[in-house]
Design a protein around this ligand. Structure first.
Ligand code: SF4
Length: 488
């Protein structure tokens, strides 16, 4: 068991608009369908009921959660599915439609109705605000299989049992770190990576002791878990998907789904900026914003995106990475040496961002339903700040400083998506956070890495602030802009 969160898990290729409300529920439904199909049960399943609880029930419609559940039951995988195959699946069930559930060993045909997938915003399951209950019953109404899953942020899904195991393992690690009577020795807590990355202080200690950079420490961990070629290919695929998402968002026009009728803006902004560039104007920050909006418009449209570390915050890391490449023309070009140097650069960028993101996931939260938007956009901003600081030549201490500055000024940020859609304020918020990330990195590069508030302190402050935050500011659309914007 590892306390380390791999970059290849933290950055997962999927579809929009939400990692916790779309990707996670699709994965949960897919896992349930596979278990139902592949398992041996006393009587055959005749009916399925799915209850989407808490935050999933509150904003599930706007986030496409019921559609994602139906797609998952059908066996669609968020990484490989055609995004066009997901929307409309739930409403299309009507009073009952045959659905082919897919397992590893075969398929099972059941009739599922729209009413079989139910939203229950006032029901909160004990493990996490994003809980789902899947129940299969036989013809007599007797339960054949029942599972509870939690979508814990960033597309990660845990069953009830896995959540309990994860909490027990985490408690053992914390007890080992703190010591004291009865606590296991840290060395007895198993880990399968050389640098478990429990906190930022430990990360900096590892860098100081080895002379490695943060990306090199992360690389050592990644290659302890997977073969080198697989890690390299995985990181390259993640950056290629992020970059393609920027390009797709700068190309597409139209109006985003949902009753807000939000028009896409990235393409028009890109065209204006190209004209300004041609006239010799200064457009650097505007391009950075356009990149972020392009990704978040793709996400809001349910297109292919990379969770980074969530879908709502998916624009920040790609935008800051593209901004770095745009301002380093020596990395442009398709000759093999330049292309390889560009890939190598973006591996450093992603590994550094993931090492920082893993600290947020482990010690606070990357879930808007748990910590508000500080957990999503704040974490992404911090990851991007540290990662681009590393590319600018920052020492590990400067990288840690950049990540800390970026989160410090996102503390308290609430999640209040208007209409339950990942559009307002999410799209612009990513653009602004991308600018904050670059500013934080530049500020950190002006110092020597020494500073008053540590990254660990700001992560713990984010956790406490999230715990104190009213539920209405945690992806429920019951507070903030979500109740003060008049929807026409
Ligand atoms: S407000 Fe922030 S946390 Fe909430 S849905 Fe939008 S991006 Fe995600």
């Amino acid at each position: 068991m590892s306390s380390y969160v791999s970059a290849l898990d933290l950055f997962s290729i999927g579809i929009g608009p939400s990692s916790s409300h779309t990707v996670g529920p699709m994965r949960a439904a897919r896992a349930f369908a596979a278990e139902l199909v592949d398992g041996s049960h006393e009587s055959p399943a005749a009916r399925i009921a799915v209850v989407l609880c808490g935050s999933l029930g509150a904003t599930g419609i706007g986030h496409g959660t019921p559609d994602a559940v139906v797609a998952g039951l059908r066996g669609l995988d968020p990484e490989t599915c055609d995004p066009d195959d997901v929307p409309g699946g739930w409403a299309g069930l009507g009073d009952g439609t045959p659905v082919r559930l897919t397992g590893r060993t075969g398929t099972l045909d059941l009739t599922v109705a729209t009413a079989d997938v139910r939203l229950a915003p006032l029901t909160r399951l004990p493990g996490h605000p994003n809980g789902m209950r899947f129940t299969a019953t036989d013809g007599a109404g007797v339960t054949v299989l029942e599972r509870v899953y939690y979508s814990v942020g960033g597309g990660f899904v845990l069953s009830e049992t896995e959540l309990a195991q994860a909490e027990a393992a985490e408690a053992a690690l914390v007890a080992a770190e703190r010591g004291g009577p009865g606590a296991p020795a840290a060395a007895t807590v198993p880990d399968d990576v050389p640098y478990p990355l429990v906190d930022a202080a430990g990360l900096l200690e590892a860098c100081a002791a080895t002379g490695l950079g943060i990306a090199e420490v992360a690389w050592a961990n990644e290659t302890a878990l997977r073969p080198e070629a697989e890690v390299r290919a995985g990181l390259d695929a993640i950056w290629a998907t992020m970059s393609a998402c920027v390009d797709d968002g700068l190309r597409r026009t139209g109006t985003l789904p949902g009753r807000l009728n939000v028009r896409r803006r990235a393409r028009a902004q890109g065209e204006r900026l190209e004209a300004l560039d041609a006239a010799g104007g200064e457009t650097t920050i505007e391009w950075l914003q356009a990149y972020a909006m392009a990704v978040n418009e793709e996400n809001a449209d349910g297109r292919r995106v990379v969770t980074a570390p969530t879908n709502g915050a998916a624009g920040i890391i790609p935008a800051v990475g593209r901004h770095y490449l745009r301002t380093h023309p020596e990395l442009a070009g398709d000759d093999p040496a330049t292309a390889e140097e560009r890939r190598r650069t973006m591996r450093v960028y992603l590994l550094t961002a993931a090492a920082i993101g893993a600290l947020y996931k482990r010690n606070a939260s990357i879930s808007g339903a748990e910590a508000g938007c500080q957990g999503e956009v704040g974490s992404a901003c911090s990851m991007a700040a540290g990662a681009v600081c590393a590319l600018l030549g920052g020492t590990p201490a400067q990288v840690e400083n950049a990540a800390e500055i970026a989160m410090e000024h996102n503390l308290g940020l609430t999640c209040d998506p208007v209409g339950g859609l990942v559009q307002v304020p999410c799209i612009e918020r990513n653009a602004i956070a991308a600018c904050t990330a670059v500013s934080a990195a530049r500020m950190a590069m002006q110092g020597d890495g020494s500073h008053v508030v540590s990254l660990d302190t700001v992560i713990e402050t984010m956790r406490q602030t999230g715990a104190d935050m009213s539920t209405k500011y945690k992806e429920t659309s019951e507070g903030g802009l979500a109740v003060n914007v008049i929807e026409c």
